[in-house]
Design a protein around this ligand. Structure first.
Ligand code: NDP
Length: 246
């Protein structure tokens, strides 16, 4: 039997990229999966179908992470749908890059709302449904450890906030047997960051390994944290970044 049999996972932004890989990996390991998306109902439905083909339950709901009411409702609906929540993965995120003086207030609010406020609201809503053995896993970025090129002031601000959130949740929820950890992907081949995109060679050159990672590489570490293997890891930040921060 797989390690996550009987567990229920909630993954934000599970329709594409790293979130899709995480949702599928947790299902492969035995979990039932609820996922959110914003723009991609067809892609989300496809992920649901592939999880069901693995013999797990799956459920997708449109919930814009910029809308805290929608996000909170999605957590509650997922808990009602599956009767419990064990693994929460805050993955949905966006990047707006550019010179600091060019960032609009709308850009700033949008990135902070999606990348910071939503993970906090999700955690807040989810812990009401979680018991000992629960896992909160936030997806940050290597740009929180090393800002290796200009234009990242907003994105790095948002991702660095997850360090404080993760550590505070670990302290607060530890007595309840719930862990909280942060995974920092490096350049990972997704639609957000295509491995053949205009900034790809620059990013490859900033890693120690010299190439992009795959969404499944990040998902493997999420699965490690989510499983019994992660039971004594909390408040930690784990890089899956090809040595970007080395
Ligand atoms: P993608 O843009 O490829 O996919 C983003 C996913 O998040 C999609 O499922 C998308 O849903 C969802 N999403 C985006 N905005 C919202 C929103 N407002 N509400 C709900 N869902 C939303 O990104 P990646 O897979 O590359 O990135 C995933 C996470 O990893 C992000 O937090 C990102 O910052 C982080 N990361 C990525 C790196 C990379 O190189 N790829 C490097 C470091 C960190 P929909 O399909 O509906 O749009």
């Amino acid at each position: 039997t797989a390690g996550l049999d009987g567990k229920v996972a909630f993954v934000t932004g599970g329709s594409r990229g790293i979130g899709e890989a995480v949702a599928l990996r947790l299902a492969e390991d035995g979990a039932d999966v609820a996922l959110t998306y914003r723009n991609s109902p067809v892609r989300a439905a496809d992920v649901v179908d592939r999880i069901k083909a693995l013999g797990r339950r799956a459920w997708a709901v449109q919930a814009d992470s910029a809308d805290p009411v929608a996000v909170r409702a999605a957590v509650g609906q997922a808990a009602a749908e599956f009767g419990r929540l064990d693994i929460v993965v805050n993955n949905a995120g966006i990047g707006v890059f550019g010179p600091v003086e060019d960032l609009s207030l709308e850009d700033i609010d949008r990135v902070l709302n999606i990348n910071v406020r939503a993970p906090l609201v999700v955690a807040q809503a989810a812990v009401q449904h979680m018991v000992a053995g629960g896992r909160i896993i936030n997806i940050g970025s290597c740009m929180a450890e090393r800002v290796a090129f200009p234009g990242g002031s907003l994105y790095s601000t948002s991702k660095t906030a997850l360090t404080g959130l993760t550590r505070a949740l670990a302290r607060e929820l530890g007595p309840r047997g719930i862990t909280a950890n942060l995974v920092h992907p490096g350049p990972t081949e997704t639609e957000m960051n295509p491995a053949e995109g205009p900034a790809a060679d620059m990013q490859k050159g900033l890693t120690a390994l010299g190439h992009y990672g795959q969404p499944s590489d990040v998902a493997a570490t999420v699965a490690h944290l989510a499983g019994e293997s992660g039971r004594y890891i909390t408040g930690a930040t784990i890089a899956v970044d090809g040595g970007f921060a080395a």
